[in-house]
Design a protein around this ligand. Structure first.
Ligand code: FAD
Ligand code: 2HG
Ligand code: ZN
Length: 460
């Protein structure tokens, strides 16, 4: 590694991406330096915005030569602090690589730049009768590169799997500027290690993803959404399990509480779905290409006695109204303060217990904290949000993650480890697994340039 001053590095970066796309002014860097929750923030020496894979390679070569860390960034909607600098790294924004081209309507596949937003890819796919298998609330900003890097999940995992399952081919750049390319990639491809699969969930620590080839899923002509209220978490979970077993058309199963809904109603200025308020709610979405699934949902809810505490819609506006109750939790919580976000999963048999015990675990260490719980019950995924503790106070995080391990779950379901949970990776996966991960990291990024401090603790 040759020693390079920051001035020399900045000059090389300007040469690599053009003066206009190398941001050093504090005001221009600001939105790239703080994460969506405002819990994580740090200074960058520069934000670079390359416009091609070659420019990404040039940036990485220069940063490796200078020994300066690089934080890859897409839409900066990540919720574990992995997309923002910690200590004078270079932020490498992929937003200019936003091409959505090469849609093969026969195969149901599309090639996109890493910086293309999910919404842009969804609208291209939908114009040809296809859809993207992963959907999530941050669709207007989250990028395909960021979604691969976090192996994003979202609301349709129970039907289509997470981002890794959508990935057929990829293009990515290693820290030394080497370009790895497997494009377009095939639905069946057993030629050696699945390097694209390894990039899914690597959180920017192994390579910078510059493009991807994705499988699409058929767009469904008919959809229905229902929201029903329940007296206990267990009764909501039991109905979710039954819906999964009995309704082949189920697309999404989401849980939220009355506290969370109250926040959403106030923040979004919308009305409750029905007059009766219940402690827990289950949102069910079903979709089919043939029969309207509304009756199936209605029959199920009647059978389980949901009665007056239920609403159902199959028109666009009605479905959107019901979805807002669940989807707008994240922004409603953010409007109340800087949250501690614990995205975890537990076996379905322990899901209701997790929902019930998480607020108790938080209260035991911080009696003034507010806990809002919601999640993707179909995948065992619970989002525990805690308001009150200072950003750097990790007592509530530790209490919730400790409970997750006691219940046999995973400390990161879909958002990743980021910087938020580095101390918990070993506790969850064990020393041998983490040593194997570190060996992969060293092989791909020997100088440790890519996203230092993310996934692995720096000092071990
Ligand atoms: P960023 O936030 O920019 O980056 C995330 C991570 O990926 C960082 O570690 C970054 O270094 C790395 N990275 C980004 N781009 C690249 C690249 N091209 N190459 C290599 N590494 C890269 N997540 C879910 O899984 N399910 C949900 O339902 C969900 N809903 C959300 C709703 C809201 C309102 C918000 C704000 C977030 C939500 N998220 C959800 C979290 C977030 O949207 C996802 O993690 C998403 O995948 C991040 O994409 P991004 O482009 O914003 O990535
Ligand atoms: C969701 O499911 C997202 O809405 C965000 O994954 C979760 O706000 C959160 O904690
Ligand atoms: Zn989620």
């Amino acid at each position: 590694m040759r020693a390079v001053t920051h001035d020399a590095l900045l000059s090389a970066l300007r040469d690599a991406v053009g003066e206009r796309h190398c941001l050093t002014d504090a005001a221009l860097r600001a939105s790239y330096e703080t994460d969506w929750t405002r819990r994580f923030t740090g200074p960058a020496i520069a934000v670079v915005r390359p416009g091609s894979t070659d420019e990404v390679a040039a940036v990485l070569r220069e940063c490796t030569a200078a020994g300066v860390g690089v934080v890859p960034q897409g839409g900066n909607t990540g919720l574990v602090g992995g997309s923002v600098p910690r200590d004078g790294e270079v932020v490498l924004s992929l937003l200019r690589l936003s091409d959505v081209g090469g849609l093969d309507a026969d195969a149901g596949e599309v090639t996109v730049g890493a910086g293309a937003t999910l919404a842009a890819v969804q609208s291209a796919a939908r114009r040809t009768g296809w859809d993207v298998g992963v959907d999530l609330g941050a669709r207007d900003s989250a990028t395909i590169g960021g979604m691969i890097a976090t192996n994003a999940g979202g609301v349709n995992v129970l039907r289509h799997g997470p981002m890794r399952r959508q990935l057929l081919g990829f293009e990515a750049v290693l820290a030394d500027g080497t370009v790895l390319r497997r494009m377009p990639g095939m639905p069946k491809d057993n030629t050696g290690y699945d390097l694209g699969g390894l990039l899914a969930g690597s959180e920017g620590t192994l390579a910078v993803i510059t493009a991807a080839h994705l499988r699409l899923v058929p767009q469904l002509a008919r959809r229905a959404v229902a929201v029903a209220g329940f007296a206990s978490a267990l009764s909501a979970v039991t109905v979710a399990a039954r819906a999964r077993r009995e309704l082949g058309s189920i697309l999404a199963l989401e849980l939220f509480t009355d506290d969370g809904m109250e926040l959403v109603l106030r923040h979004a200025r919308i009305g409750a779905p029905f007059a009766e308020r219940m402690p827990f709610y289950l949102l069910l979405e079903a979709g089919s290409d043939e029969d309207d699934p509304t009756d199936d949902l209605a029959t199920l809810l009647e059978d389980v006695g949901a009665g007056a505490a239920a609403a159902i819609a199959n028109d666009d506006a009605g479905r959107h109204r019901l979805w807002q109750l669940r989807e707008r939790h994240t922004e409603a919580v953010n409007a109340e303060g800087v949250p501690h976000k614990l995205d975890v999963s537990v076996p379905l048999a322990r899901y209701a217990e997790m929902v019930d015990r998480a607020p108790q675990a938080v209260a035991a260490v911080d009696s003034a904290a507010r806990t809002i719980v919601y999640g993707h019950v179909g995948d065992g995924n619970v989002h525990v949000n805690v308001l009150g503790p200072a950003p750097e106070d990790e007592a509530v995080d530790d209490a919730v993650l400790g409970l997750v391990l006691e219940l046999g779950g995973s400390v990161s379901a879909e958002h990743g480890i980021g910087v938020a949970k580095v101390d918990w990776l070993v506790r969850d996966r064990g020393g041998a697994a983490v040593a194997a991960m570190r060996a992969i990291k060293r092989a791909w990024d020997p100088a440790g340039i890519l996203n230092p401090g993310v996934l692995f603790a720096r000092d071990s």
